[in-house]
Design a protein around this ligand. Structure first.
Ligand code: URA
Ligand code: SF4
Length: 216
């Protein structure tokens, strides 16, 4: 049993918190109260997806970072700035995309001496627990194209055998939650920021996004 939710880890799930009906506003409201896994405990707030239900493209990241946790919006920190710039270069208007994450709460450890919160990747169980929110967003938005940003999003949507290095910049046609979806995977924008050769990493990221841009 987890001391934090009282539920065994394999029982983590957002499912009971999903509303029976309604569109994105109903989902957002319900997600604000989600207690489906322990991540809500230390985070500031749920960071739900942003954008219109009519968006043709959905971008799926990993989880909110420090800035996103504070502001309550996805991709508003350094990775988001880089993402917006790359999208524009690839001919995708960031304002027309629906932007979300595989996991809706920020997972971190504290660096007490420096008073910093350090991002920690969500576990597979936490990502699986949060999956119903992403499934509901896909069902409402019905995007023509899903841009998968990095391994956590890829595994959440396509299963644990997903390898970003093998499929980045390609167009995948896969059945997800029983619906055919078209996806273009690429790396996570944070990995570009961490790269030793940032310029080359950025060019590679933009060229993957151009594959997506040409389909729209
Ligand atoms: N990284 C993500 O995966 N998502 C965000 O919203 C911010 C940083
Ligand atoms: Fe619910 Fe997802 Fe937050 Fe876990 S991370 S509490 S499943 S919204």
């Amino acid at each position: 049993m987890s001391p934090r939710t009282g539920a065994p880890e394999d029982a983590y799930t957002a499912e009971p918190y999903l509303p029976d009906r309604g569109g994105l506003p109903a989902l957002r409201k319900a997600a604000a109260g989600c207690r489906g896994c322990p991540l809500h405990r230390d985070a500031t707030q749920t960071v739900f997806g942003e954008g219109t239900a009519k968006a043709r493209v959905m971008l799926v990241g990993e989880q909110p970072g420090d800035q996103e946790d504070r502001q309550g919006k996805p991709f508003v920190g350094p990775a988001g700035k880089l993402l917006d710039r790359a999208l524009e270069e690839a001919g995708i208007d960031p304002a027309e995309a629906y932007v979300t994450n595989a996991v809706k709460h920020f997972r971190f450890t504290r660096d007490e001496p420096r008073k910093r919160r350090i991002h920690k990747a969500p576990t597979l169980r936490e990502a699986a627990a949060c999956g119903p929110w992403l499934a509901a967003e896909l069902a409402v938005v019905e995007p023509e194209l899903v841009v998968v940003l990095g391994a956590t999003a890829g595994k959440a949507l396509l299963g644990s055998s997903f390898r970003v290095t093998q499929v980045r910049g390609t167009v995948l046609e896969e059945e997800i939650h029983g619906q055919p979806r078209r996806l273009v995977p690429t790396v996570h924008p944070s990995s570009v920021l961490r790269s030793d050769d940032r310029e080359a990493a950025y060019r590679g990221f933009v060229s993957d996004l151009e594959v997506a841009g040409r389909l729209l």
